[in-house]
Design a protein around this ligand. Sequence first.
Ligand SMILES: Cc1cc2nc3c(=O)[nH]c(=O)nc-3n(C[C@H](O)[C@H](O)[C@H](O)COP(=O)(O)O)c2cc1C
Length: 332
Amino acid sequence: MPLTTKLTQRLGIQHPIIQGGMHYVGYAPLAAAVSNAGAIGVITALTQPNAEALRSEIQKTRSLLRSPDTPIGVNLTVLPQLNSPDYPAIVQVLLDEKVPMVETAGSPKCAELWELLKAGNPDVCIIHKCTTIRHALKAQAMGCDMISLDGFDCAGHPGETDVGNFLLQPIAARKLSVPYVTSGGVGDGKQLAACLAMGAEGVNLGTRFMATAEAPIHDNIKKALVAGDENSTQLVMRSLKNTERVYKNAASDEVLRIEAEHPGQIDKIYHIVKGENYRASFQETGDAQSSVWSCGPVMGLIESVPTCDELVRGMVSEAEAVIQGRLAEMCR
Ligand SMILES: Cc1cc2nc3c(=O)[nH]c(=O)nc-3n(C[C@H](O)[C@H](O)[C@H](O)COP(=O)(O)O)c2cc1C
């Protein structure tokens, strides 16, 4: 029984599972493996040094696909920073390469990019990541196609309101008129079934896809994810109102110590939180202790490092078994 949802129908994919954008993780090998598994893989635009490098990464991903028309996506995170990337050039690449799905996140300026994307390709599916119902309603009114709703349990930036997915999701089902997917804390098929039951059209996974054979990160980071559990993360940068959920280690402990002394002062912690540090951990050293890197408490469900195909097939068949077995039997 395929799990057919508005997400699978809209994107023309087999399974209602998205691999969310991940800085320094979302490269061609992972995105292609996820899309080849029948879900949708996502390249992270800002991990590429410039728009032309992104074009090459999209083309590389396509060269790894079993069939060239298998859908892939690109994550476009819109930062409020001063020396911001050349977003119009990135959008042009997404249009030239006819990328069918764009996952956006970040500043409200995203909406300006949606307009450019839609003008160039009316069929593009824009999925905007939000952490609150208020922002999701705003994004819906501004014209995105779907919402990816990141609950408090997510890796990366959970926002400042701390509402877990068990509540956030059914509220979204009542309040949103565009389809939404559940993001944050999802790692198995029982959860997939539960998310669909609560009203989602699919799920978005970050951390779980880091611990897969094809994720292009150091094996020691994958081992840390397997060894970690639901208590192995902590929240840094709360004092800057830019909360990030990260692996609990010596580096993130140090950030919290400094934040307690100097709340809200990025310059005091920047040398520890800067992206180059975790890029080195992910891609070179495999040292899980020396940098501040995002991951989620879904580690409590990560027991092995499967291929993306094994992971996706396993999740979908577990969800089907729950829906057709346990739940159906309760109604007999
Ligand atoms: C290492 C890492 C890097 C991430 N980088 C980004 C990013 O650049 N842009 C973004 O929108 N989300 C980013 N995320 C968030 C994920 O796309 C996804 O929303 C989140 O991981 C979902 O929670 P989960 O890890 O519990 O599945 C990142 C997550 C991780 C684990």
